[in-house]
Design a protein around this ligand. Sequence first.
Ligand code: NAD
Length: 296
Amino acid sequence: MSTILVTGGAGFIGANFVRHLIEHTDHSIVNFDLLTYAANPESLEDLDSKRHQLIEGDICDAERVSELLAEHQPSAIVHFAAESHVDRSIDGPGAFIRTNVNGTQALLDQALAYWSGLEGSEKENFRFVHISTDEVYGSLALDEAPFDEQHQYAPNSPYAASKAAADHLARAWHKTYGLPVIITNCSNNYGPYQFPEKLIPLMLINALNGKPLPVYGDGQQRRDWLFVTDHCKAIERVLEAGQPGRVYNIGGDAETTNLEVVHALCDLLDERVPSSTPRRELIEYVTDRPGHDRRY
Ligand code: NAD
C-alpha cells in the first residue's frame, strides 16, 4: 500500500482513475486539483476520506507542490491536470500554455527534487506518469495506419501544441535528469463524469432537451473512441509495469466519424426515451472548427 499523487483528479479522466484505484488497489490517493470550471468534486464525494483526499491547488505553484510531496511522500505521480478543450484553446491559448506547459514544468521540477532525495527501492520504484493525447501527432490520412509511438509530432491546435510541448519536457526530464517518467498518449475518452462541453455528453443533454445538435463541418472527422475505464486500467498497468523513458499509446480500436457517433446517440435515445420526432432531425451543421483534424 502506498500513496499516489494524482493531479487534475477532479476532472473527467482523473476522477475515473481515482475511483478505479480505490476500487481495484489498496493505494491511498492525494488528489491535487485547481478546481477549474472542468472539475466536479461531486464525482468523488462518496469516497472514503481515509483513502482519498482532494486538495485544492495549482500545479504552477511550485512551493505548494513541494510541500505536498514532502508531506505525503507519494510512490508515484499521475499527471492529468490540464486545460483540455480544443475550442477553448482556440479562443484563449494563454491558459493552455500556463497550465499544460508551465504547470507541467513546475511539477517535473518538484518531482525531480523530491525523487532526488529518495533512496533505495523508493527511488528505484518511483514513477512520474504524464498523461497526454493522440492529438500531438496531428491528423492522419484516411489510408494511413493508426499512430504508433514513433509517429512524428505535428500538433495542429493550440491545445495539441501545448500538450506536445509538455510531452517534450517530460521526455527531457527523463533523458537529462533521469527522472523515471513514462508518457501515455490516448485517444478520445468517453464515459461517466465528463464535462458537458465535449461531444458525447453535449449531444446527449441537448438531445434529451430537444435542443439543436451542432455538428462541425460535414461531421466526417474520424476519431478512435476509448472507454474511460479501459483507459484507467491501461494507466494502472503502465504504473505497474511500464518502463521509465518509454511512451505508450492507448486506444480503443473503435474508429468512427463524429456524425456516426451523433446518429448512434440519437437512435439510442429514441429507443429508450421516445420523443414525437426522431432526434436525428435536431442535427445542425455548423461552421467547422479552424484547423480541425480530419482523423486521429
Ligand atoms: P478535464 O478538463 O476534464 O479535467 C482537467 C482537470 O485538471 C480539472 O479537474 C481541472 O480543475 C484540473 N486543472 C486544470 N488546471 C489545473 C492546474 N493549473 N492545477 C491543478 N489542476 C488543474 O480533462 P480530462 O478530459 O479529464 O483530461 C485529463 C488529461 O487527459 C489531460 O491531460 C488531457 O490532455 C488528457 N487527454 C484527455 C482526453 C479526453 O478524451 N478527455 C484524450 C486524450 C488526452
